[in-house]
Design a protein around this ligand. Structure first.
Ligand code: S3P
Length: 188
């Protein structure tokens, strides 16, 4: 009977981190989950686990559009069905998640969206050694990052509740800003 179903927390209780590859979503997300006692959900990792392949293989075999559909399906699941998301979680997203309008709406419905805005120079340095980002496996990853930055900035901006220019900051400073913003946003 519906009335006996466990009471789900409102869907808008999560803290969601968005931003370009290398901006620190996973690092900040992990630490934030520890200090705030929230579970940590990494969308890229969940997709890899569900599909049973690394993202680079999903891109190579099924293409980017398919990966984007997986992201949308996961956001819908987090919003509507996932039992873990009945708690308040910290959710780290893939850098391109904001490119679909439906995803932007879902993200905003899920909770407080934090954009970690980091300059291209720093992103380039931070991502140089990672071979697991298919979009950066090119002759000039810096140019790709610049193009993505120009294209995506307006999307990150209009999706976020909080913008943190975090390139020069220690993780502890970023955490402090997130926690203060969450206290104001969630009213506690
Ligand atoms: C992507 C970012 C990646 C991953 C995929 C596509 C993007 O995640 O989702 O490689 O389009 O910017 P990170 O931002 O966590 O590296």
């Amino acid at each position: 009977m519906l009335l006996d179903a466990p009471q789900l927390a409102p869907a808008n209780q999560h803290i969601i981190l968005i931003g370009l590859m290398g901006c620190g979503k996973t690092t900040v997300g992990r630490e934030l989950s520890k200090v705030s006692g929230r579970s940590f959900l990494d969308m890229d990792a969940i997709i890899e686990e569900q599909i049973g392949k690394p993202i680079s293989e999903i891109f190579a075999e099924e293409g980017e559009a398919h990966f984007r559909s997986l992201e949308t399906a996961l956001l819908r699941y987090l919003l509507e069905e996932c039992p873990t998301s009945a708690e308040s979680c910290v959710i780290s997203t893939g850098g391109g998640v904001v490119m679909r309008e439906e995803n932007r709406k879902l993200l905003r419905t899920l909770g407080m969206v934090v954009w970690l805005d980091v300059d291209v120079e720093t992103l380039d340095l931070r991502t140089r050694r990672s071979g697991n980002r298919p979009l950066l496996l090119t002759e000039s990853p810096r140019d790709v990052l610049q193009k993505l930055y120009d294209l995506r900035c307006p999307m990150y901006y209009k999706t976020s509740d909080v913008v943190i220019r975090s390139a020069e900051m220690d993780v502890t400073d970023v955490l402090l800003i997130c926690r203060r913003a969450a206290a104001t946003y969630f009213g506690n």
